[in-house]
Design a protein around this ligand. Structure first.
Ligand code: 8YV
Length: 331
């Protein structure tokens, strides 16, 4: 029996590619070339499955150019690179990697919050530049984490992980806003109170964004929302580029309309809005919230396991859509 053909669109752990080779005919990308949409489509023309990261767009044009494609396994919990409706209509299964990155990403959200509120990178740059010649009472004085109010927008698994860290570890008052309110037992576990977005913005000392990207969440934080925040507040985005209007944020930071921001994701990344690179009161990291070795391995393993389970007829392990059986492409 011939093995299904799959494309591994980005460089991943070599031993996981080897594991995939036991089940599939694999075209891999060990040099980690960033293919254009046309190059990706050409490579997928004869493939049955694809292993992707968040940087490959899967849309109707690509699905037309890849008539044998039956499953796309994303190595990410977010899947805004998928046109899910187009995939479902074409009978193509999509999968993501939930759960395995929750705690690691929540740890990072907290690390970015701490670094931002306590001005850690700004002060490190100062020290490295040889500017530290004396102590002074207000040198890099920031804002407190313990006992402050943490406002979380997007209360999925990662948001809940951050809430627990804040409430239980740092005695923070946690308020949250989400499309739907959590069940009472989850609110109790997180010690979190549901509030409107307006109340959250007006009362939080630290605003943490963990909401998935969609047309509805585009620019959840823009100039109007920044104006509603406390001038002493910090803003943390570990969700997706485009959730924040980065140009408006750069203005608010420069004019000190909010105190500071911590950003792991950017509109148009890996490009970063040039004004964010010149304001001092922002901590910038290159989309690394899930980047620990065990977690990145678990994500890659889960994406591989989705492909294997699907082609063994066991069904995808963590599907993001349910193509109708009659629409599904023949295996
Ligand atoms: C990924 C992420 O590293 O899981 C997500 O949604 O944003 C990150 O963990 C990134 O998307 C690359 O696939």
């Amino acid at each position: 029996m011939t093995k299904p053909r799959i494309l591994v669109a980005r460089a991943i752990f070599p031993d996981i590619v080897d594991r995939l080779r036991q089940h599939f005919e694999v075209e891999a990308n060990p040099e980690d070339v960033i293919w254009s949409p046309a190059e990706l489509a050409a490579r997928l023309a004869d493939k049955d499955g694809a292993f992707t990261t968040g940087s490959q767009r899967i849309d109707a044009d690509l699905l037309t150019a890849a008539p044998r494609l039956k499953i796309v396994a994303n190595m990410a919990v977010g899947y805004n690179n998928f046109d899910v409706d187009a995939m479902t209509a074409a009978g193509v299964q999509g999968t993501n990697t939930p759960d395995v990155l929750t705690e690691t990403t929540a740890d990072f959200g907290f690390a970015l919050l701490m670094a931002t509120a306590r001005r850690m990178t700004e002060s490190e740059h100062y020290l490295r530049a040889g500017q530290w010649t004396k102590w002074s009472y207000d040198m890099f004085a920031g804002s407190d984490i313990h006992g402050s109010t943490l406002g979380i927008i997007g209360m999925g698994r990662i948001g809940q992980g951050i809430a627990k860290r804040g409430a239980h570890g740092f005695g923070m008052k946690v308020v949250y806003h989400n499309r739907s309110r959590l069940a009472a037992n989850l609110e109790a576990e997180c010690k979190a109170t549901y509030v409107s977005k307006e109340e959250l913005l007006a009362t939080a000392d630290h605003v943490m964004l963990v909401v998935p990207y969609s047309a509805a969440s585009h620019h959840t934080i823009g100039a109007a929302e920044l104006a509603q925040m406390k001038p002493s507040a910090t803003l943390i985005n570990i969700a997706r580029g485009g959730i924040v209007d980065d140009a408006a944020l750069a203005v608010a930071l420069r004019e000190r309309r909010i105190a500071a921001a911590g950003l792991d994701v950017f509109e148009g990344e890996p490009s970063v809005h040039p004004d964010l690179l010149t304001v001092p009161n922002v901590v910038l990291t290159p989309h690394i919230a899930s980047a620990t070795v065990p977690t990145r391995r678990a994500m890659a393993d889960l994406a591989a396991d989705n492909l294997i389970a699907f082609f063994e007829g066991r069904g995808a392990l963590t599907p993001v859509n349910t193509p109708a059986p009659e629409a599904a492409r023949a295996r």
